[in-house]
Design a protein around this ligand. Structure first.
Ligand code: FAD
Length: 360
């Protein structure tokens, strides 16, 4: 029997496994495909909410704890596995914010390094972009990571440290007795543990027993495109409305993203491809004669207030949930995993757990 079974091998499931593995626990991760192939694979890897001044304190709290953890985590995984998750202190340029005063106030209140660039400064410092007439906000403390490399490194690290993976096997049902989960059914076998943690992203609600309060988690599709490598004068991310470009270490330029309510359909569309390509070519003229060479989509696990559920599930003394991170699941994952581990280990929690409960 395992100490913990974690259902779902995205960033949330794997970092939760890493936190618990530190205690010497015997852990299994059940993943219906391969680790990190769903929302986590699709993500841009921006290590900040896009506009933290538009998010609740509950989201910003777990984001601000997580951000400084990433550099060290990336170095640790690189050293231990040889796979570089490419943590990059790129900075973020915020254009056309409809609420620049609020943005600057937020940065000052939270002591987040920032500069307001006049259009002259902007056009000089970012001469590779189109010309601007408006000022813009430069956030110096924002970094990026490459999610698929992070997940490849994390999976290898966990395997090397004794975590068991059941890949290609979706959890079908949870066996229940009054107040208790007694096992989880895969195809033709049952896995048993003392504790069960659902980290199944957009699919999490399907796994919670009918007689408990279900989390309100729905899929929201996001499409992205990527350009082949070019010479990049400056690795700073650029945010313009709901669209952004992320320069990678190797010169690739990732462009995102859409927000679509299409259920569990994660297919890509020509319309989104054209919109993202046109946006990036207009913003970054050097991309004009290049065609994107990749296009993908992922399903964000959305909750009504964008705050994840990190809590025990009512009615069961050994079932927990860590899901619903919507647009911020990469940047908030380390603190979400710490909070989940503190709850299931009955340790004092490092932050107030109330905002992350199902009954909030
Ligand atoms: C286009 C896009 C861009 C994004 N950009 C960013 C960004 O820049 N920064 C940021 O912080 N966040 C970003 N996000 C959000 C982020 O990707 C998600 O919040 C995060 O990946 C959620 O992680 P997760 O582990 O909960 O979900 P997932 O990565 O979806 O993992 C859930 C896993 O559970 C598995 N699963 C489901 N059902 C079962 C079952 N029955 N049995 C076993 N396994 C199961 C799935 O196969 C999957 O691997 C972006 C998302 C998208 C789509």
């Amino acid at each position: 029997m395992f100490d913990f079974v974690i259902i779902g091998g995205g960033i949330i499931g794997l970092l939760t496994a890493k936190e618990l593995q530190k205690t010497g626990a015997y852990i299994a991760v059940i993943e219906k495909s391969s680790p990190g192939q769903q929302a986590t694979w699709a993500a841009g890897g921006i290590l900040s909410p896009m506009r933290p001044w538009h998010y609740s304190e509950a989201v910003n709290a777990i984001s601000s704890i997580s951000q400084p953890i990433y550099q060290q985590l990336s170095e640790e995984l690189h050293t231990q596995t040889g796979i570089d998750p490419e943590w990059l202190p790129s900075g973020m340029l915020v254009l056309n914010d409809d609420d620049m005063t609020r943005a600057i106030d937020w940065c000052q209140q939270h002591k987040a390094p920032n500069k307001l660039l006049s259009s002259e400064q902007l056009n000089k410092q970012f001469a590779h972009l189109k010309s601007f007439d408006e000022p813009a906000l430069l956030r110096d403390d924002v970094a990026t990571i490459r999610p698929h490399k992070l997940l490849a490194a994390l999976s290898l690290y966990l395997e090397d440290n004794g975590v068991s993976f059941f890949n290609g096997q979706g959890a079908k049902t949870l066996h229940t007795q009054p107040n208790q989960i007694t096992g989880v059914d895969l195809d033709g076998r049952t896995i048993k543990a003392k504790e069960y943690i659902v980290c199944a992203g957009a699919w999490s609600s399907k796994l919670i027993p009918k007689d408990s309060q279900k989390p309100d988690i729905t899929p929201v599709k996001g499409q992205m495109i990527c350009f082949p490598p070019i010479d990049i004068p400056n690795h700073c991310m650029v945010m313009d409305g709901n669209r952004y470009i992320i320069p990678r270490k190797d010169g690739r330029i990732v462009v995102g993203s859409t927000r679509e309510h299409t259920g569990f359909d994660a297919s890509t569309t020509q319309q989104a491809f054209n919109e993202l390509r046109d946006f990036s070519q207009q913003l970054y003229p050097a991309l004009s004669n290049i065609e994107p060479d990749a296009h993908w989509a992922g399903l964000r696990p959305s909750s009504p207030d964008s705050i994840p559920y990190i809590c025990r599930v009512d009615g069961y003394n050994n079932l927990s949930l860590n899901a619903g991170h919507y647009r911020n699941g990469i940047v908030t994952a380390p603190a979400s995993a710490q909070l989940m581990a503190d709850i299931v280990l009955a340790n004092p929690t490092r932050i107030d757990p109330t905002p992350y409960q199902l009954t909030r």
